[in-house]
Ligand binder design. Structure first.
Ligand code: ARG
Ligand code: GLU
Length: 683
């Protein structure tokens, strides 16, 4: 009784800005959010967003290749996603003679649209809480993993395209089913030049003000009868009964916005002792190690154009996490986020006796696990970066295939892929610095083997070259077999898995504590009549919040939109991040904006809103209060990246490309009239 009263008082005191006010909601939970969504300004019915009967916006949202989000924007299956999501596909169709990345690409007919083997989109048509079904199997003695599989397997499967998946949420206190259909024929339709789609590149990544036209276009194809099918020349563009409406009205500061997509991971309920471990040790160590790699690569990329080409994409992906984590560490400090989380934790823990006990245990466990986790992190940052270790792994696999008399096409292709973008001397220097950085920082005993001996120039300098196309591999095989680095990967992996083996029992115990702790948090939330959202886990979610900027620091304010003038202001001829093709600049300078303007006549480029998003939300549609498409999510502001631990609408913003900029590029720059024609554009 006393606890309930206390909880009620806290809720009243915190109001709707409590640390639990935001979240990523499952489609089937949206109906329960109606009052809050209306209060933020939503004008549509919640069944327009999702209904178990069908007909919701979810039917236009796709999991793009399993790593990004996309949306269907025409009656002919046209899919909009980010440029950085379509990047690999665009790159795979690019060559020196026909460089789609550099020049952009606009298919002039269906026949010119380019197939992408392996690429698929999933439409999530149903989500449902199946906690009771899973728990009843567990009660009968099944392991949770088996129980989840069985519940998924019991769902109707009208044809092979259906994929049912049951995942745990709230640390295994509940379970959710998602039912999707997979379409495996997805073709490239259009992309702006990289200069536009990646404008600002790493310098502007995670940054506002932003001027990136981060979009690309694909199309879903089906069998002639409309069913999902593998690529075939007889496939036809997907026929969409109810295509999204695309609005030219845009949004102003304070307006309702909604994001639909597939965020990958958040840690909103992490024990504070672990959050502190992340912020004080794990993330700074990752940042320091990546810093070494990035500065090594950067100095070589600046002087050698070949290295620039080889390492640009690797650089972007290593820098992406590096910059985000720096933002998280600083952002949490700036808003005293740990204090806020600690206050919440104390409140919730006091709610039940188990709560206090489990929180105290977490503190001790996190201390005890610290060294081993830290050491594991060293391997996690080193193994994927060190290309000599990748060489060792691929070469061992290849030599094994040789010995077994297996088909050698795939292992050989994998080696060619590695060699294409590998500079062994640069890789050696990066590895040397990584290992040195670790040794300097760590008080922890690590690798038994002397890893530094593998960074001897004699080792990297003697890696055998690959034979020319069609030539014999004999010399390579012989040299590889006796190369000192051949065993490197196996060594590293063995050490790493031994370490993980030691850790595993302790981590399992930690996770079972997490389940108890989450149960307390759920009970607390229920006692305050508060619905709380599960952490992201790559399932379809809805986030909503108001459009608008914020004040990142005293005396300064970010506006809601950026405009084309800002694109031109950042232009730096010859710079690899801020150059623009002349034809593009000329078009922008002509200010022929057509119907795609803000009310002041400017061409909008990007805009901000306080939606809770994360990695995986790239390519997510942004909708207005009526469910019309107004933008394309692609990033968050650096100051608010701590939203993965602690979301606050004061500071956390997602960044979207304004749909009017997308349309201006497609229409006025590319002149791709046939694409504009098939869209349902409303005023
Ligand atoms: N920060 C965005 C995301 O996390 C964009 C990344 C791609 N762009 C880049 N410059 N690396 O995916
Ligand atoms: N760029 C991210 C992605 O690829 C989205 C940004 C974020 O982490 O919020 O999913």
């Amino acid at each position: 009784m006393k606890n309930k009263l206390l909880a009620a008082l806290w809720t009243a005191a915190l109001g709707s800005t409590s640390v639990w006010a935001q979240g990523m909601w499952f489609p089937h939970e949206v109906a329960g959010r109606k009052a809050d969504m209306k209060a933020v300004g939503m004008k549509m019915s919640t069944s327009a967003i999702y209904s178990s009967e069908g007909g919701g916006l979810n039917e236009s949202v796709v999991h793009f290749g399993g790593f990004c989000t996309g949306e269907v924007i025409s009656s002919k299956g046209l899919v909009l996603t980010n440029h950085h999501c379509g990047y690999d596909a665009i790159q795979s169709h690019s060559s020196i003679e026909d460089n789609l990345l550099e020049h952009g690409f606009w298919a002039k007919s269906y026949a010119e649209e380019k197939p992408n083997p392996g690429l698929f989109v999933d439409f999530v048509l149903r989500t449902e809480d199946v906690t009771l079904a899973v728990q009843s199997l567990i009660a009968k003695g099944q392991e949770p993993g088996e129980a989840m599989k069985d519940v998924a397997a019991a769902q109707p499967k009208p044809d092979a395209s259906w994929i049912h998946n049951v995942k745990p949420i709230f640390a295994g206190n509940r379970y959710v089913l998602t039912s999707a259909r997979r379409y495996p024929d997805v073709r490239l339709v259009g992309a702006p030049p990289s200069a536009v789609g990646k404008y600002g590149s790493d310098t502007d990544n995670w940054v506002w003000p932003r001027h990136t036209g981060d979009f690309s276009l694909f199309r879903v194809y089906t069998a002639p009868d409309g069913s999902p099918a593998e690529y075939s020349s007889s496939n036809v563009p997907m026929n969409v009964a109810k295509p999204l409406a695309i609005s030219l009205r845009g949004v102003e500061e304070g307006d309702f916005t909604l994001i639909y997509g597939f965020p990958g991971r958040t840690d909103s309920y992490m024990p504070v002792s672990e959050v502190q471990q992340q912020l004080k040790t794990m993330l700074p160590t990752r940042v320091a190690m990546r810093h070494e790699v990035l500065r090594t690569w950067d100095s070589a990329m600046r002087v050698d154009p070949m290295v620039k080409i080889q390492y640009a994409s690797k650089y972007a992906s290593v820098a992406n996490g590096w910059k985000k984590w720096i933002g998280q560490i600083e952002g949490m400090a700036e808003v005293s986020g740990v204090d806020t989380l600690a206050a919440r934790e104390a409140r919730v823990a006091a709610f039940s006796p188990q709560g206090l006990a489990v929180i105290q245990r977490f503190g001790e466990q996190n201390d005890a696990l610290m060294d081993a986790r830290w050491t594991a992190l060293y391997y996690q940052e080193l193994i994927p970066r060190w290309e000599l270790a990748t060489w060792s792994r691929l070469t061992s696999a290849y030599l094994k295939a040789v010995a077994m008399g297996d088909n050698l096409d795939k292992p050989r292709a994998a080696l060619r892929e590695l060699y294409k973008d590998w500079n062994p001397e640069l890789d050696r220097r990066a590895a040397q610095r990584l290992i040195a950085a670790w040794n300097a920082n760590s008080e922890v005993e690590h690798a038994e083997s002397d890893l530094l001996s593998f960074t001897d120039p004699k080792v990297s300098g003697s890696v055998p070259a690959l034979p020319a196309d069609g030539a014999s591999w004999e010399a390579f095989d012989a040299a590889a077999k006796s190369h000192p680095a051949l065993g490197l990967s196996a060594n590293l992996r063995e050490e790493y898995s031994a370490l993980m083996g030691e850790l595993s029992a302790a981590e399992t115990e930690y996770q079972s504590g997490m389940k108890d702790w989450m149960a307390v948090q759920l009970a607390y939330a229920a006692s305050t009549n508060k619905q709380i959202a599960a952490d992201a886990n790559s399932t379809l979610r809805v986030a909503y919040g108001r459009a608008g900027g914020f004040s990142p620091t005293d005396g300064m304010r970010y506006t809601t939109h950026t405009t084309a003038d800002g694109v031109l202001a950042k232009y730096r001829p010859g710079d690899y991040e801020f150059d623009l093709p002349e034809a593009y600049r000329t078009k922008l300078e002509a200010k022929d904006y057509g119907p795609y303007t803000l009310s002041n006549g400017e061409l909008p480029v990007c805009f901000l809103a306080a939606n809770h998003t994360s990695g995986g939300n790239s390519g997510s549609p942004a909708f207005n209060d009526r469910g019309e498409l107004i933008g394309l999510n692609f990033d968050r502001v650096w100051e608010g990246t701590m939203s993965d631990f602690y979301f606050t609408p004061q500071r956390c913003r997602n960044i979207m490309v304004d749909i009017r900029y997308v349309l201006w590029v497609v229409d006025r720059y590319a002149g791709a009239d046939r694409l504009i024609q098939e869209m349902n554009i409303v005023r």
